[in-house]
Design a binder for this molecule. Structure first.
Ligand SMILES: Nc1ncnc2c1ncn2[C@@H]1O[C@H](COP(=O)(O)OP(=O)(O)OP(=O)(O)O)[C@@H](O)[C@H]1O
Ligand SMILES: [Mg+2]
Length: 330
């Protein structure tokens, strides 16, 4: 099969005036190479389709049977929807979630409202347009301050955990001024952090759960921030399965599958939770375009620990799309 790979890569020479993590979500050339390699090893004819202005021309030239989309897009909160929307307009089948799901999940407050509406626990929150708006919060400290529509811990630092109103104000100023968007301030959940890989459709399945445990601080102070993700070998331990009671694990699985369905995820996603003081999994966010960098992305790491090598993970994601689209064996 001819498989197009839609992607954004980090620029070799990022402009100086942008924040240090401006291109954090984009893939490295190495990751794109690993994915192309995996798809070739699965027997496909792989064509590269860089996202951006030349995408439609490349798509017409290469004429793929299906597009494997990992493009993060460029611009505002609908950026992840750009490539899938173009593909739908041109009737080209593609792997992964549709534009609505990609947009609603990138906007964390939107996703949280939907998730809460269906009864899944998610931390209480407020959004602020500027630091001057910050008054009292409807939940106790500590809080965490994040950009409303970013991923890969862009805009999340160790200092994003705020123990008082002054720090909240300072971090709201950092987010709104550095990233040009509102700040999400939510109740900080102090317990274990667990990310869940979900694969497939009708029905989806939990592919694995991984606890991201801090090596150097207690979990009550842990933030899986930019600093930690960039230095993960020294700062975290990945536990598969998480060191949590079976009842908590089954509740995490129930919430992950429920959230995957209600947000309309397709083929694959990674969903993040933190466990509160009562052992209740609190939904943090859903990533329908999880990083697929082997040995670095949480989903490939957790799949590997579950006994699914990288090439098999990529093959499984693609085959879920093919079956869903009626293009492959059921
Ligand atoms: N409410 C919260 N309580 C405790 N920790 C939180 C909370 N929200 C976020 N965090 C911490 O901050 C990290 C980054 O937050 P979040 O997952 O929302 O951002 P992201 O940049 O979209 O992440 P990803 O890299 O998974 O795309 C989380 O992994 C977690 O450690
Ligand atoms: Mg996350």
């Amino acid at each position: 099969m001819r498989v197009g790979l839609a992607y954004n890569v980090k620029p070799a020479d990022p402009p100086d005036h942008l924040p240090e993590d401006a291109f954090e979500e984009y893939d490295s050339e190495a990751t794109v190479g690993h994915l192309c390699d995996a798809l070739s090893r699965l027997g496909h004819d792989v064509r590269r389709l860089p996202a951006g202005g030349g995408f439609v021309d490349a798509l017409r030239r290469e004429s793929p049977d299906i597009v494997f989309n990992i493009a993060e897009g460029e611009g505002g909160r609908c950026r992840e929807a750009h490539i899938p929307a173009v593909l739908e307009m041109l009737s080209v089948p593609y792997v992964g979630s549709d534009p609505l799901t990609l947009s609603v999940t990138l906007d964390k407050p939107m996703a949280k409202r939907l998730v809460a509406h269906d009864g899944f626990p998610t931390p209480a929150f407020r959004t602020f347009r500027s630091a001057d708006e910050v008054a009292s919060l409807p939940f106790p400290f500590p809080a965490i301050v994040k950009p409303v529509f970013e991923g890969s811990s862009k805009g999340v630092r160790l200092s994003s955990r705020a123990a008082d109103k002054d720090r909240v104000r300072e971090m709201v100023r950092f987010v709104t001024e550095t990233y040009g968007q509102d700040a999400l301030v939510e109740a900080f959940v102090p317990g274990a952090e667990v990310t869940v890989g979900v694969l497939g459709n009708d029905p989806p399945r939990v592919a694995g759960m991984m606890e991201i445990a801090p090596k150097t601080v207690p979990s009550s102070e842990f933030v899986y921030s930019l600093e930690v993700k960039r230095d993960w070998e020294n700062r975290v331990i990945y536990r598969v399965p998480p060191a949590l009671p079976g009842t908590v694990l089954s509740e995490i699985g129930r919430c992950a599958l429920g959230v995957y369905r209600l947000l309309g995820c397709r083929d694959f996603s990674r969903i993040d939770f933190r466990i509160d003081g009562d052992g209740v999994p609190q939904f943090i966010e859903c990533n329908p375009l999880p990083g697929l960098s082997p040995g670095y992305g949480d989903l490939p790491i957790l799949a590997e620990r579950m006994g699914t090598p990288y090439v098999s993970l990529v093959g499984e994601i693609l085959s879920h799309a093919l079956v869903r689209l009626g293009m492959g064996p059921a």
